[in-house]
Design a protein around this ligand. Structure first.
Ligand SMILES: *[C@@H]1O[C@H](CO)[C@@H](O)[C@H](O)[C@H]1NC(C)=O
Ligand SMILES: *[C@@H]1O[C@H](CO)[C@@H](O)[C@H](O)[C@H]1NC(C)=O
Ligand SMILES: *[C@@H]1O[C@H](CO)[C@@H](O)[C@H](O)[C@H]1NC(C)=O
Ligand SMILES: *[C@H]1O[C@@H](CO)[C@H](O)[C@@H](O)[C@@H]1NC(C)=O
Length: 574
């Protein structure tokens, strides 16, 4: 790999859009009319990922309609074919046999009808028995961003790649906002499920004033949809609910379930992406099928401080049931942490996180996620470290792999929790705590963990680390992924992302896996209980100048019991 590869792709046609688009009120649809149709002169490769999903150039956001059908995984995603900031959105389409290597097809859905003339926004796929795959998505019908729901099916259901999609005029749009529903806040239909009464159900995200909500619609034939009297769930002060996702998880084991499964052996998950905070949260709960109501469990906080799939940069996520391997898979979008001008210069923006298998933790208090097993086929050179002791202030290199494109799994242990720092009950926000107590603030038990994308002299590094605190009746564990020192470049968003980890300390061990990929560090704490994705843009720690270390900055000595790290091959994205 070379330090800075700049591949010239196109002779630029700098077409600057003269369209005057009203400035979308929602943060995510913030528009930069002067930038949205500026095509890339060249694509800067230095921070492009090697094995995360991203197209060769341009802007991407939400994953859409993921599914497995007739031997292929399909990933659609929001894509600007003309530039590297949001705008001109179509559904790009890629297919894969293994969720890691992808082949790009022509965009599947793009504005072509009065009901989607101003945009084809997010949506979901449902495989309807006897009918095949159906996509429901949000069409934009005017310059005021009025939203309706649209029905699309493959033109030729026998085409294994499902290349062409049609939107029958006779039935579309299938849902309009209707009485009492805010038509400019009415989007992102979910995958549908079938109730015991034989009727299909699906949700559409919305808000009423500041109350976030998911409207419920029912249909017998998937074409005529009627809104239920009550939303399936709503919550005050949470603002617009984007990209709701609603599905069952099994009480036993990691097996995933078809979205229509219900009963005593399952819990349900409701996830929403909060436009006001640009973070997601989910609750676990009970789906009362007779009333078509969802009730979050009393162990799940229903609101801004609730459980998160990921405590970093991860939004607009969507899951699907993979019937070929009986698992549920979660996709999420990670945006950039640089500026729009940087994105225009580098010619691309946005990646998809590595798809994750998701299941219910045996405690039934949270979900657990883990990168799909197929990722392991990209592992090549392996190095390991065993029983390495780390005293306070030590950092030891994990040498011999391509540290800018790597996968590392490590288990740390320690012999006592006595030195854990006292926990102050006012520390309820993990991210604030991490920004106060970064890797440079020495502690008792921790901070210890990995220094990823580190330059040799640690002028740049992104630490991913644990820190253990002692509260009156338990220990509190913090996992941080701190971008503060990630780059010598100023003018970047460098958050100290963090989450608490629900740990049973019987063993005095903590485990961590990090997927390191040039400008992304995607970490899974304690087997996937607390996960954090960070986007970072080092200038020194790039390509073969990047290093990986283990470190400890707490007084309690830490043992690296077992560490395995791999150089990762690049995925094929053609
Ligand atoms: C309808 O939604 C839009 C977009 O979120 C918002 O600006 C507007 O205030 C909402 N209207 C009402 C009455 O809540
Ligand atoms: C939560 O509900 C369960 C029953 O479902 C009950 O046993 C438990 O005490 C409740 N916990 C709290 C904190 O209310
Ligand atoms: C460990 O703490 C010392 C003292 O604050 C600091 O100089 C050093 O940078 C820290 N190490 C890391 C990896 O943050
Ligand atoms: C990603 O970019 C950062 C920096 O600009 C913003 O602060 C985030 O709000 C944004 N996240 C999403 C989901 O849009």
């Amino acid at each position: 790999m070379v330090l800075s590869k700049v591949v010239t792709i196109f002779v630029a046609v700098l077409s600057i859009s003269l369209l005057l688009i009203n400035n979308g009120v929602e943060a995510f649809h913030k528009v930069y009319p002067h930038l949205q149709s500026v095509s890339a002169i060249s694509v800067s490769e230095v921070h492009r990922t090697g094995y995360h999903f991203q197209p060769p150039r341009n802007w991407i956001n939400d994953p859409n309609g993921p599914m497995y059908y007739n031997g292929y995984y399909h990933l659609f995603y929001q894509y600007n074919p003309k530039g590297s900031v949001w705008g001109n959105i179509v559904w790009a389409h890629s297919v894969s046999k293994d969720l890691i290597n992808w082949k790009a097809l022509e965009p599947a859905i793009y504005p072509s009808k009065p009901f989607d003339k101003y945009g084809c926004w997010s949506g979901s796929a449902t495989i309807v028995p006897g009918k095949g795959p159906v996509i429901l998505y949000t069409g934009i019908i005017d310059e005021k961003n009025t939203q309706v729901q649209v029905y699309a099916i493959p033109e030729d259901p026998t085409d294994p790649l499902l290349r062409k999609w049609i939107k029958p005029d006779a039935i579309n749009p299938i849902v309009i906002a209707g009485q009492g529903v805010n038509g400019s806040a009415f989007r992102d239909p979910t995958t549908a499920w079938m109730g015991k009464d034989g009727r299909w159900r699906m949700l559409v995200g919305s808000r009423r004033k500041h109350r976030g909500m998911a409207y419920l619609y029912r249909s017998r034939d998937f074409v005529k949809w009627v809104r239920a009297k009550h939303p399936i769930h709503s919550k005050t002060t949470t603002g617009m609910w984007e990209c709701p996702d609603f599905y069952p998880v099994s009480l036993k084991g990691k097996v995933g379930l078809d979205t229509s499964i219900e009963g005593n052996h399952v819990k349900h998950v409701l996830k929403n992406s909060l436009d006001m905070t640009r973070f997601e949260y989910y609750t676990l709960g009970t789906y009362l099928t007779d009333k078509d109501k969802y009730i979050p469990s009393n162990t799940s906080e229903d609101g801004w401080g609730g459980l998160r799939y990921d405590y970093g940069n991860f939004y607009a996520s969507k899951s699907f049931f993979d019937q070929s391997k009986n698992r549920r898979i979660l996709w999420g979008w990670a945006n950039e942490s640089d500026s729009q001008d940087d994105d225009v210069k580098k010619g691309w923006a946005g990646i998809q996180a590595i798809p994750r298998t998701v299941w219910l933790d045996p405690t039934e208090r949270q979900l657990v996620q883990w990168p799909v097993e197929e990722l392991n086929v990209l592992r090549e050179k392996e190095v390991s470290m065993n029983n390495q002791k780390l005293e306070k202030g030590n950092h030891v290199e994990v040498a011999g792999i391509t540290a800018a494109q790597a996968d590392v799994e490590v288990t740390f242990s320690f012999s006592s929790l006595d030195k854990a720092e006292a926990y102050d009950p006012s520390w309820v926000n993990a991210q604030d705590l991490c920004s106060q107590k970064g890797s440079k603030v020495q502690g008792g038990v921790g901070p210890f963990g990995l220094l990823t994308l580190a330059s040799e002299n640690l002028a740049e590094f992104t630490p991913v680390f644990f820190r253990v605190f002692k509260a009156p009746s338990k220990h509190v564990v913090l996992l941080c992924s701190d971008a503060t020192s990630s780059s010598l470049t100023s003018n970047l968003y460098k958050p100290s992302f963090a989450g608490f980890v629900d740990v049973d300390f019987a063993t005095k061990k903590l485990s961590l896996r990090s997927l390191i990929d040039h400008s992304v560090v995607e970490s899974f704490g304690e087997g996937g209980k607390t996960n954090i994705l960070s986007r970072v843009y080092p200038v020194l720690a790039v390509a073969n100048q990047a290093n990986l270390f283990v470190f400890n900055n707490g007084t309690e000595p830490i043992i690296v019991e077992n560490l395995k790290a791999w150089s990762m091959k690049s995925a094929e994205l053609i």
